[in-house]
Design a protein around this ligand. Structure first.
Ligand SMILES: C[S@@+](CC[C@H](N)C(=O)[O-])C[C@H]1O[C@@H](n2cnc3c(N)ncnc32)[C@H](O)[C@@H]1O
Length: 318
């Protein structure tokens, strides 16, 4: 990721931390948590600007953490690297006896994971069909396809890939049981209806949605996000901010809904006396981030991955 992965929405991520962490040169204070360390791109940028007392960095991918450790070796701030999914964030912070002043989750797959053909995330290289973000996880995508029946695979392709041709693609996959990324891409390509192919055009490979769906299911990406949405806000110190960057609407919808609910005043029955302090929501969405923030034209030109990125921010007020 030092090589190849460009950190998205870097300026906006730092802007959201203003006031929550001291600037470089001031006395270090506060805890910064990176829930998706990757090779440490965002951490490096944050440490150029701010002086937290400590950083806690999670990733379920050991290769990414190893790279981050090397990249951040000269950082003055102590960094605790945690090889765990971010669903372990609350328990880890509890063990450490700290609350977070800033939490960033830049979720999904990294360019490094996509570019390492042998990780099996991409159809650009033919490689074993792996797709595990955590290489120590017990099941690969090829093994998953051995276990699934047609209704389950159709549901996965529909829910996580929004694939209109889910039934015919699922049947073809289960018949062929592909073991490599290339074989899977070919099976999907052959099974897709002419109508859907025409709709995708030349820009999008027919297997894109299937790969996304299998990856999301295998790595329980939405379950992980739901856990972060449940635990992250409670793990914040007062005034602390939770920043989440998503890359597709399935994820963004969840973040938007959760942040709206958390920042809405509790419902009170009509006619009952209203105690103002009880009506205040314990979280707010800071003004400049009310609709979420997307990358500007310059960033999307330099980094096509940023095109679909959206940053949402939640602040703990009490
Ligand atoms: C987009 S990259 C992060 C890049 C990083 N922000 C940077 O600027 O270098 C996403 C990273 O999150 C990790 N990841 C995804 N889901 C995770 C989860 N539930 N728990 C921990 N890490 C996760 C992936 O392994 C990947 O390394």
């Amino acid at each position: 990721m030092g090589e190849g992965h460009i950190s998205v929405l870097a300026r906006e991520v730092c802007a959201a931390l203003e006031g929550t962490l001291p600037e470089v040169g001031e006395t270090p204070r506060g805890i910064y948590v990176d829930a998706t360390c990757g090779a440490g791109g965002h951490i490096e940028l944050v440490l150029k600007r701010f002086a937290p007392q400590r950083v806690i960095a999670f990733d379920r991918d050991q290769t990414a953490l190893d790279r981050a450790r090397v990249r951040l070796a000269s950082a003055q701030t102590p960094i605790l690297f945690v090889h765990a999914p971010f669903s372990a964030l609350a328990s880890t912070l509890d063990e450490q006896g700290v609350k977070a002043d800033g939490i960033l989750a830049d979720i999904g797959v990294s360019s490094m994971q996509l570019d390492q053909g042998e990780r099996g995330f991409s159809f650009r290289t033919d490689a074993p069909l792996d797709m595990r973000m955590d290489q120590s996880a017990p099941m690969t995508a090829a093994q998953l396809l051995e276990e699934l029946d047609a209704p389950a695979l159709i549901r996965i392709l529909r829910e996580y890939g929004e694939e209109p041709d889910a039934p015919r693609i699922a049947r073809a996959i289960l018949e062929a049981k592909p073991k490599t990324t290339g074989a899977l891409a070919q099976v999907v390509s052959d099974a897709m209806s002419h109508r859907q192919r025409r709709k995708l055009g030349l820009r999008i490979h027919p297997a894109t949605r299937t790969f996304q769906a299998l990856r999301i299911h295998l790595n329980d990406e939405l379950g992980e996000l739901d856990q972060l949405l449940a635990d992250g806000p409670k793990a914040l110190a007062i005034g602390g901010r939770l920043e989440i960057i998503t890359f597709h609407s399935l994820e963004d919808r969840r973040v938007k809904r959760a942040f709206r609910t958390l920042s809405s005043p509790p419902y009170t029955l009509p006619g009952l006396p209203i105690v103002e302090s009880e009506r205040q929501a314990p979280f707010k969405i800071p003004k400049p981030f009310s609709k979420g923030v997307t990358a500007d034209a310059e960033e999307t030109q330099n980094n096509p991955r940023a095109r679909s990125a959206r940053l949402r921010v939640l602040e703990r007020v009490e």
